[in-house]
Design a protein around this ligand. Sequence first.
Ligand SMILES: [Zn+2]
Length: 115
Amino acid sequence: MSNTLSKEHLRELRNRIEIIPLIAEVLELLYKTHDGRFRFMCPLCHDFDTAVKPDTNLARCFRCQRNFNTIDMVMTVKHYSFMQAVRYLQPILEHLLARAGNRPSLQNAPTRSRP
Ligand SMILES: [Zn+2]
């Protein structure tokens, strides 16, 4: 297992893993849907004055004035270090990539030529 983290890899962890299922199903934070808007309980202030932006895949707490990407969210909820959060998210990303049938671009496996 490699310990090197490429920018590309980190970007995949932040963008490919959707923030809403991460919050609701993986980290199991309390959340509610109000007027079709997803609001989660902020792990810092425990308020629901929050929002998610699917286009940037960021979660925001208006009270704390903070944005969370997927890695920030895991670090905050689990009290993990950056590297621990990356390791936590890694199998989730691999699962997503496998399900999407995509070959992970971070893997530079030799291409096999078959007749
Ligand atoms: Zn907050």
